[in-house]
Design a protein. Structure first.
Length: 580
């Protein structure tokens, strides 16, 4: 009996010692790590991009990976008002529950989306794989594409205390998930985990990972501290350095260093819009939300899915929900309809962004080629980007993605120089224009301006030759610059439309602002701004007033409705009907 007791005590002691031997993470070289992060957040970037319709984005052949474009979505139960989306985000907490919560379980069955399902566990040890299989069986029964991320954010939680245990558990999960045709595996760390737990400690291996995911949250304060130190802001990319395009860089560096060639998804992410102390972040959040929704897929085309975490969590200091913030809601809707995102699972996006120096030939759509500037200038969260052609100022934009609608009809065939400039930073791009095509850096391919185009599937939507008509109070209105459509909004010459309404027009050159008066209604708009002020009350526009062919062009619907008119768009006739 004494021997038995002694043996049991020995087993207990050895077990206690073994369990107490946690993985020993090496101490980082803090100076080197700080310099590495500084190089990520303090280097200016200023680049021109164009719209590509030829499918030049990288493709890795991963399960459920779109060949062209990116999916955009959000948490299922907060997606009302943002539909249609091409992606949903949902959760299964623990292994005891085998199905999605309502309304996700209903919406996923009916909508043409890819669903990211997070299976959350509290511990990586003693996983009940029978229960895990039941969950995957249920997800498979939906007969819908699902990207399943298992035990995510391991680099900032106890799930990552033992990297070998984590890797073993993920591989076991992946082996089961890969038995199902419609399930893809997602390995998904946190963008800013513990600094002594780099990504490579947890990567399970290429054969077990279909997608690399990332939880990517743009935070104003580090650890909820308004007095965050400079070093902490750099290490964790908060405050002035909090940009989604910065926060993905550590993961991208890891993937490049270890030759991980996988599509990337923002498994969940968001931009802080306020905090629980009642501080509203609109001025800080607005450009950062645009950075997330426009610049991530522009700068990094390997990012092929973004899920926005549109949830108000009272237990968190900073809040990321956008449903009750009009400016944020409008930005999300605008980005989702920009053409860069896939509208339904299995479809293609209208275009992808490519660097202008890619030497790709682009065909104008209705004579218009859209240009964009990726602008990250430290210390300047907002700016105005000016576009010039052959030294003559052409256009400007004051918000991400700094879009310029370049009208090829007013540019002669031959070689030209386009200059982008902001805050003393400028960059020149040489391009050649031939007919309705443009190419930066080389002569356009003749096939792009030949009379017959053999492969219309790789080009923009068919161009309608019928001009846009504007009928005001039953009379056709002619303009010196024909109306054009930009991002779904019809733009018309400023002075002519205001005078058509019988309003006075006052142009302020120094501020690039137009002020119009008609009776007791005052309208003011600034070139490059997406705001219209009606009797000094601001309203956000879908597209900003801008200069096109040296004409100040303003959104027709916004101006008309400001004067109390009703506006109707007749698609088949390409006609705008305005009645007072």
């Amino acid at each position: 009996m004494k021997r038995k007791i002694a043996f049991l005590l020995l087993v207990l002691i050895l077990s206690t010692i073994t369990n107490g031997l946690a993985y020993n993470f090496p101490e980082p070289n803090w100076t080197a790590l700080l310099n590495e992060r500084k190089a990520m957040v303090e280097v200016n970037e200023f680049e021109l991009y164009i719209e590509s319709h030829s499918g030049t984005a990288p493709y890795y052949g991963a399960k459920l990976e779109p060949y062209y474009g990116a999916y955009l979505g959000m948490t299922v139960d907060t997606s009302d008002g943002f539909l249609p989306l091409s992606s949903y985000l949902s959760y299964i907490d623990g292994l005891s529950r085998s199905d999605l919560y309502y309304p996700a379980n209903s919406m996923v069955k009916t909508d043409e989306v890819i669903t990211t399902v997070a299976i959350n566990v509290n511990s990586i040890n003693n996983i009940d794989y029978d229960a895990l299989r039941r969950i995957l069986n249920t997800l498979n029964s939906y007969n819908k594409p699902m990207a399943v991320r298992f035990a995510n954010e391991m680099n900032c939680s106890p799930l990552g205390d033992e990297p070998d245990h984590y890797i073993s558990a993920f591989r076991n999960f992946a082996n089961i998930a890969h038995e199902y045709d419609n399930l893809a595996t997602v390995w998904s760390p946190n963008d800013m985990g513990a600094l002594d737990r780099p990504f490579q400690y947890y990567y399970p291996g290429d054969e077990y990972v279909d997608w690399v995911g990332l939880s990517c949250y743009t935070k104003k304060y580090f650890m909820d501290n308004p007095n965050t130190t400079y070093n902490d802001s750099v290490f964790f990319m908060t405050g002035d350095f909090a940009w989604a395009t910065n926060k993905v860089k550590p993961l991208l560096d890891f993937m490049k260093k270890y030759n991980v060639n996988k599509p990337i998804m923002i498994s969940e992410g968001g931009t802080a819009t306020s905090n629980r102390n009642g501080e509203a972040y609109e001025e800080w959040a607005l450009p950062r939300l645009r950075n997330m929704l426009y610049y991530l897929v522009m700068k990094y085309p390997q990012i092929k899915l973004i899920n926005y975490f549109n949830v108000l969590r009272n237990d968190e200091y900073e809040r990321y929900n956008i449903s009750n913030h009009n400016y944020a809601t409008e930005i999300f809707k605008e980005a989702s309809r920009s053409g860069a995102y896939i509208q339904k699972f299995g479809e293609k996006a209208e275009f992808s962004y490519v660097p202008a120096n890619s030497q790709e030939t682009v065909v104008g759509k209705n004579g218009i080629v859209n240009l964009y500037t990726f602008a990250y200038l430290t210390g300047h969260p907002t700016m105005t980007v000016n576009y010039s052609i052959d030294g003559i100022w052409y256009s400007l934009s004051s918000q991400i993605p700094y879009k310029c609608a370049l009208n090829l009809n007013d540019i002669s065939d031959g070689q030209h120089t386009l200059t982008i400039a902001a805050y003393g930073t400028s960059k020149n791009y040489s391009f050649i224009k031939r007919g309705n095509s443009i190419c930066f850096g080389k002569e356009p391919d003749p096939a792009y301006y030949a009379p017959i185009i053999e492969e219309p599937i790789t080009l923009p939507e068919p161009i309608s030759e019928k001009p846009i008509q504007v009928i005001l109070n039953g009379k056709n209105t002619d303009f010196s610059q024909p109306p054009i459509i930009v991002n779904g909004s019809t733009l018309v010459p400023m002075r002519e439309i205001f005078e058509s309404f019988g309003a006075t027009v006052n142009w302020q050159e120094n501020t690039q602002t137009v002020i119009s008066l008609r009776g007791n209604i005052k309208i003011s708009m600034q070139i490059g701004s997406n705001k219209i002020y009606i009797n000094d009350a601001p309203t956000t526009l879908g597209v900003e007033a801008q200069l096109i062919n040296s004409k100040t062009m303003v959104p027709l619907r916004a101006v008309s409705e400001a004067f109390g008119c009703t506006v109707t768009w007749v698609e088949e006739e390409r006609t705008v009907i305005i009645n007072e």
